[in-house]
Design a protein around this ligand. Structure first.
Ligand SMILES: NC(=O)c1ccc[n+]([C@@H]2O[C@H](COP(=O)([O-])OP(=O)(O)OC[C@H]3O[C@@H](n4cnc5c(N)ncnc54)[C@H](OP(=O)(O)O)[C@@H]3O)[C@@H](O)[C@H]2O)c1
Length: 284
């Protein structure tokens, strides 16, 4: 079997690292592992027998995005699976959030993913095959207080990926949105800036932010299992790849609950919705 080439962003820690460790042990996979700084991927050396490329990649730096994609194609002849994993969080009420931090999070979570995908899609179109795995979150489907802008980034990833899916599904290219709830990575800790409420009206949210920060690395989700599931879906179930993959019980529960309630709401509002169209457009 011909080897498949995976390029994964943000493989220094968390989901990305677990994906890299497992992909590095597959016989028929070439891995392009990426980190922002040199020396952060030494953990891969023990598995390297010529099938691993370690590349410096900050997804907010266009020249590095271009170079990472080019090094994958030069070294391995193409990219079969792109995993847009790199991402950050940010906690703070909508009113009190620091917009500089927020804009940087959009640069990573949204524009970095967009840049990587736009550089990779021409290669996949030429191959007439490929899979794009985009890390969203339960936070791309369901909203909590103090995460308005994080949700903004992940709802954006959901919307953008949905359109990409429609545009490339007849070209042999598939997309999969990964939507985890809490997993034991660095996300809730060092990878999420926090702005504590200063306004009395928002005091109640201090505990929520504290609890999230203190819960880092104690979440129910296991990134080792998540990586296994993602690799298995892409490798063995590509014919029926899920377009949305909530990971973890909390994610599955909240997504199901939200969409069940929304479905009922849409049904209840049916007459009201239809009443907005001009009468001749409501024939059927
Ligand atoms: N863990 C969860 O509970 C959870 C739930 C839902 C969704 N997610 C999503 O899962 C993805 C991975 O996060 P994680 O949970 O594995 O957290 P993590 O352990 O903090 O890993 C995030 C990775 O992204 C990298 N990164 C940050 N900014 C980057 C940039 N500008 N360019 C390239 N890489 C960058 C980090 O690199 P450095 O080490 O250099 O900072 C790190 O390797 C994110 O998209 C996150 O939103 C996580």
């Amino acid at each position: 079997m011909m080897s498949k080439t995976w390029l994964v962003t943000g493989t220094h820690t968390g989901f990305g690292k677990q994906l890299a460790i497992q992909l590095a042990q597959h016989d028929d996979i070439n891995l392009v592992a990426t980190s922002r700084k040199a020396g952060q991927l030494d953990y891969l050396d023990q598995y390297d027998h010529g099938q691993i490329a370690k590349v410096i990649l900050d997804v907010t730096k266009h020249d590095q995005v271009v170079a990472a994609v080019r090094s994958a194609t030069e070294r391995f002849g193409g990219i079969d699976v792109l995993v847009n994993n790199a991402g950050l969080g940010y906690f703070g009420t909508f009113e009190e959030s620091n917009l500089e931090d927020v804009k940087y999070m959009f640069d990573v979570n949204v524009w970095g993913l967009v840049d990587m995908t736009r550089e990779t899609l021409p290669i996949m179109r030429k191959q007439k095959s490929g899979v794009i795995v985009n890390f969203s979150s339960i936070g791309g489907l369901y909203s909590f207080p103090t995460l308005s802008f994080y949700h903004g980034t992940k709802y954006a990833v959901e919307g953008i990926t949905g359109s990409i899916e429609e545009e490339v599904k007849d070209l042999g290219i598939k997309t999969m949105l990964v939507e985890p709830s809490g997993f034991r990575t660095d996300w809730a800790g060092r990878s999420s800036h926090k702005t504590m409420p200063t306004h009395d009206d928002y005091e109640q949210f201090t505990k929520f932010i504290d609890d999230m920060a203190n819960g880092a690395h104690h979440e129910p989700g296991d990134p080792v299992m998540a990586a296994e599931i993602i690799i298995d879906q892409v490798t063995n179930h590509s014919d029926q790849l899920p377009t949305h993959l909530p990971l973890g019980k909390i994610s599955s529960d909240l997504a199901t609950d939200k969409y069940t309630k929304l479905l009922q709401q849409f049904k209840d509002e049916r007459e009201l919705s239809l009443s907005a169209d001009r009468p001749e457009r409501n024939d059927n």
